[in-house]
Ligand binder design. Structure first.
Ligand code: DAH
Length: 355
């Protein structure tokens, strides 16, 4: 038997008993490693005559190819076997009980902001936003609020610097200014957001939420304002009729100004919105003051419109029967699991922002 035939038969005897990747690796080293049997045969080539060399090299190469191929096949065989083995052992036990998990809840304020945005988007309002840190100019001056107005008092406003140039916005109204300065009329926006005032009791929190509305176009009148609010209140509280009254009021940035009350009655200590002989104040509104429009360079001969400001937290409290505002912001998980909304099981009237 020639050397090459011997190598072949040794290899054949060994490869049959290989069962693992490690064993295969050892076999590979035996034949193809630095001192492997095949490697050594290649080293011998140099000592042969030119003619023998050609013939021997061709046989050696054939043998090398054949052994390599067998190693490759063996490797595949072992891998397949390993996978089958794994699959056999990894059966899923469908009878096991599920693991318990805690699902988060949507905060009532987020829920109500989504509901309100959805209601207004159906009549053409888009959502605008502004920063919590505002300039004194946007928050007061541009909104026609004179220097000595009580709203500027230290007690109400959180000023952020000695010169009182920067503050935490006390209302969402400065976004009216930002929007009108940056865009061209007509404007039809709502602005939900956080607002801040130095005030804290059962119905006041130093941080609370407002929703601003602004509609400026040609020929906008107070009846548009009335129609818009009537639609919103009915949709939001899901009632067919709602008693609404406009009470004369004063805001520096509107003229005339009004506060809006809606009718309600108590039934087993619960508030029923719409009918009844009691009144609930829910928002401030009015026709945007010409001085405000002049401050943002809107032509008052062509354009006019209305604005309103609603307390979002108060609406959430009324709609969902929550009576302490402070609890909204105490981040108590028990409170949230009671009053929060299941993200996968939203109320039937909820239409979602995407609609
Ligand atoms: N910014 C007012 C406040 O915080 C609410 C308000 C009243 C907003 C009348 C308006 C408005 O846009 O027209 O008390």
């Amino acid at each position: 038997m020639s050397d090459l035939e011997k190598i072949n038969s040794i290899f054949n005897a060994k490869i049959d008993s290989v069962k693992s990747k490690d064993e295969l690796q050892n076999l590979k080293t035996d034949f193809f490693g630095k001192n492997g049997q095949i490697t050594n045969q290649f080293k011998n080539l140099g000592s042969l005559s030119a003619e023998d060399k050609k013939e021997f090299a061709s046989r050696l190469n054939k043998l090398k190819d054949s052994l390599s191929k067998q190693i490759e096949n063996k490797n595949l065989e072992i891998e397949t076997q390993e996978i089958n083995e794994k699959l056999k052992n990894e059966k899923i036990d469908v009878t096991l009980p599920i693991r318990s998990y805690r699902q988060g809840k949507i905060h009532p304020v987020s829920q109500v902001i989504d509901e309100i945005s959805s209601i207004f988007s159906e009549i053409g309002f888009s959502v605008a936003e502004g920063p919590d840190v505002e300039t004194e100019y946007n928050n007061f001056t541009a909104l026609n609020t004179p220097e000595d107005h009580p709203a500027r008092d230290m007690h109400d406003t959180f000023y952020l610097d000695k010169d009182k140039r920067l503050l935490l916005r006390t209302h969402t109204s400065p976004v009216q200014i930002r929007t009108m300065l940056n865009e061209k009329p007509p404007f039809k926006i709502i602005v939900p957001g956080r607002t801040y005032r130095s005030d804290s009791d059962q119905t006041h929190s130093p941080m609370f939420h407002q929703l601003e509305g602004l509609h400026i176009d040609k020929n906008i009148t107070m009846s548009h304002l009335k129609g818009c609010l009537d639609y919103f209140i009915k949709e939001f509280f899901e009632v067919k009729n709602v008693k609404m009254r406009f009470r004369p009021s004063h805001f520096p940035f509107t003229e005339p100004s009004a506060e809006v009350d809606i009718g309600y009655r108590l039934e087993n200590d619960k508030i029923v919105i719409g009918e009844g002989d009691k009144w609930l104040e829910i928002l401030g509104c009015g026709m945007v003051h010409p001085n405000v429009l002049k401050n943002v360079k809107v032509d008052t001969k062509k354009y006019q419109g209305y604005a309103f400001g609603i307390g979002i937290d108060r609406l959430a409290m009324l709609k969902y029967g929550i009576n302490d505002l402070r609890a909204f912001f105490e981040t108590d998980y028990r409170w949230l699991s009671h009053f929060g909304f299941d993200p996968l099981d939203v109320p039937t009237n909820y239409r979602g922002l995407s609609k």
